[in-house]
Design a binder for this molecule. Sequence first.
Ligand SMILES: CC(=O)N[C@H]1[C@@H](OP(=O)(O)OP(=O)(O)OC[C@H]2O[C@@H](n3ccc(=O)[nH]c3=O)[C@H](O)[C@@H]2O)O[C@H](CO)[C@@H](O)[C@@H]1O
Length: 508
Amino acid sequence: MLSFEEAKARLETAGQGHVLQFWAELSAEESNTLLEEISKLQPEELLEHCRAVAVAEAASRHSSADGRLDARMKPVPPEFIGSVRKSEKETLQIWGDEGLLQISQDRVAVLLLAGGQGTRLGVPYPKGMYNVGLPSGKTLYQVQAECIQKVQKLANVKHGSRCTIPWYIMTSEFTLGPTEKFFKDNEYFGLCPSNVVMFEQRMIPAVGFDGKIILEKKNKIAMAPDGNGGLYRALVDNKILEDMERRGVEYLHVYCVDNILVKMADPVFIGFCVIKGADCGAKVVDKAYPAEPVGVVCRVDGLYQVIEYSEIQPETAEIRGPGGELLFSAGNICNHFFTRDFLKDVAEKFESQLKQHVAIKKVPFVDGEGNLVKPTKPNGIKMEKFVFDVFQFSKKFVAFEVLREEEFSPLKNADGAPLDTPTTARRSLLAQHYRWALAAGGNFLDEQDKPIPPKHSMTQNEDPPAICEISPLVSYFGEGLEKLLKQKNLKSPFLLDENEAENLVKTT
Ligand SMILES: CC(=O)N[C@H]1[C@@H](OP(=O)(O)OP(=O)(O)OC[C@H]2O[C@@H](n3ccc(=O)[nH]c3=O)[C@H](O)[C@@H]2O)O[C@H](CO)[C@@H](O)[C@@H]1O
């Protein structure tokens, strides 16, 4: 641990001596906490960070820079976009088979970005622990864990293997403890603990407009995770690439915690990327409307990039092509494919070039008397790196367009908001499972055993006429349901878990 003198010298080098202003008032325990925090800050990096914040803040006040970026944006050429909608069934099958083959050979892992604070949802625990109110009561983490088990099984059955898809989970100071405990308490949802690797991303100080670090307590610096692009440093800090190499993992599916429809280690996406020889790929959906809060995958000066929803000019987002379609329609759903070699290159050569994005926030702080102030106006800057900012370094980038109703329904806001809430997430999953059951030939009955007329198309705001939830342990993507459900009467609410599947097999 640093001594007081060392900490003082370190802070003064970076022009941040004020961090120790309450030192004389701190108890021994409080001073130790502060020294521990300071010991994690390297003086040169701290200086650089505070300078970068000042520069970025000035740039953000002159929006012309972003304006110019907009002017240079071009849509992704159609030949670089694979598409579920536009592809033949046979082609999808070829991609899916390739993906399952890679999975069966232990060459695929998934990596969950779970270091965010989930401020918009407003719960005091990690988002993955959220239960959106499914009949089974499953949380997002459980749904994801079960998907992994099922894909492993599909690969094993097809190839006679005993494969593993390691699950890397990037957490932050806010989410590591509770996530670890949750997994332990739930016995890793049936996964082998050694194949669930949690690691922590770095935290960086929030800085005021005057270039000074903000104190949120007399002995606590206001820290925030360094954005989901903090992944690349965290991979190095925690030797994750070495772990992947040891396990023989070549391909990584990176995804964001809050999409209830996420297709974990999606064999079709993996197979598509592998067959195309891509080192980097992104799943996209057609943007629903110009102001939808999703990034846009595009090209800028010939390089692939995502322009984040917070950084695109509204008039650019609204540009339409000759057929009336949005010109920049490739909505990023935070599902990325990377080869391990590409990640190694990024870690070794490019990480330091990643753009710092500025988020101007209201950061609670202590005033000169040590009283906590909750600002009513933004007073500070948090810098974030974005996971997709590495696309520009790719030698072969591909985009893969998937169907929104099958693959994208994020949980961002608390109920009451119009979109991306627990209600919309639950509805999307139940509507999907209802569609799968109908397609498999099931007939739904109500509580009085009266048939519920099937409904083959529903709007986004409509609940399905029958409640049907299918465990990922039974079907990962609607596969294998016909043998269970064809011409069966299913009483709503219908919960198809492994026990129910066994019963249905017996009655066939
Ligand atoms: C930067 C980024 O990827 N933006 C994408 C993200 O936006 P959005 O603004 O929704 O991104 P979030 O803040 O929810 O973060 C996305 C994911 O990154 C994780 N996270 C975030 C910050 C952090 O320091 N550490 C960390 O691990 C979160 O836990 C989450 O799993 O999802 C949208 C789709 O839903 C996309 O259209 C956006 O382009």
